[in-house]
Write a new protein. Structure first.
Length: 319
């Protein structure tokens, strides 16, 4: 069973439980749970499982752009607020560790306590040399008690209010295991952080893949760093597969190969940490600057290496 099918089944079971709850006895004047905005939003997400995410396809010629001096502005921190009914994680890193632990312990309360109402997760799966973007599901629908899986968590790359956690997802035999990253955005609130958005990017182990080679990753990042510093979009894309795509790990907007040159021409990337490898992917802390406004934000890039070339770039920032 594909991972998307399992997740859809879990969401369907939660939705069915909601329908059954309509016939329970309530105190006069009480408000049924399905009329609450957060539940309505989550249900709407579940109904739209097969729709996927909007595409942002930017057309234009492949070109190189030489940049002049750039002035950057770092976004000021926002004021935190208290969120009733939530149990914020103590740090950005602890947000995903708490979610993974809750899944392993089938602890719905711990899971729901650290995820913001209306938060989502995008699923991108790799089968051998083929990758596909799947469903975007509401975190309120992905209750640990409904899932049949165990999360093995490794190193967590943290940059600003974002992160990428090494993961291995194991199902009961004979289902396949998956390896890759969970990316996420953590929202600062009173007392800590809540999960607000993210992506699950993983390769099926049984389908076979080439583990990302540290030497290849280092060489590729050096070439990418030089090209980004020079404003050379041709140089950036020289390391990309011809059918590569970009995904915004927060807004879930997608840019396909034909639009990458124009899209990348509007930004500058700086890699601010060491890469971490998980399966055919690697993650690296990234500082992205919008050239039009000069605004910079810290985030995490996850790249899928397909036969030594970048086939996918997922960039997650809190903006």
């Amino acid at each position: 069973m594909k991972v998307d099918d399992r997740l859809r089944r879990a969401a369907d079971e939660v939705r069915e439980a909601g329908r059954e709850a309509r016939f329970t006895v309530r105190a006069p004047g009480s408000r049924p749970f399905w009329s609450r905005p957060g539940v309505v939003f989550s249900a709407a997400v579940a109904v739209a499982l097969a729709v996927g995410v909007p595409l942002l396809l930017l057309q234009g010629p492949w070109r190189s752009r030489v940049l002049g001096p750039i002035t950057t502005t770092t976004l000021a921190p926002t004021t935190t607020v208290s969120v009733p009914g939530k149990t914020p994680a103590a740090s950005v890193e602890d947000v995903m560790l708490t979610i993974h632990t809750a899944i392993n312990e089938a602890n719905d309360a711990a899971h729901l306590g650290v995820v913001a109402d209306g938060s989502l997760m995008l699923f991108y799966t790799v089968h051998g040399l083929d990758g596909e973007s799947g469903s975007t599901l509401g975190m309120g629908q992905l209750l640990p008690s409904r899932l049949e899986q165990e999360m093995e968590t490794g190193e967590v790359v943290v940059s600003g209010d974002t992160g990428a956690a090494v993961l291995r997802l194991v199902y009961p035999d004979p289902e396949p295991a998956w390896v890759g990253f969970n990316t996420f955005v953590a929202e600062p609130v009173a007392g800590g952080f809540l999960y607000v958005a993210g992506a699950w990017i993983a390769a099926e182990e049984s389908a076979g893949y080439a583990e990302a080679d540290p030497a290849v990753v280092a060489e590729l990042l050096a070439a990418q760093t030089a090209a980004w510093a020079a404003g050379d979009t041709d140089g950036v894309l020289a390391g990309y597969w011809e059918q590569a795509e970009y995904i915004d790990g927060y807004a879930y907007e997608t840019v396909e190969a034909a639009g990458l040159a124009d899209f990348y021409a509007g930004m500058r990337l700086e890699f601010t940490g060491e890469p971490v490898i998980s399966g055919p992917f690697f993650a690296v802390a990234t500082r992205v600057t919008d050239l039009a406004s000069g605004v910079a934000a810290d985030g995490v890039s996850v790249y899928w290496l397909r036969e030594g070339q970048i086939a996918l770039h997922v960039l997650t920032t809190a903006t």
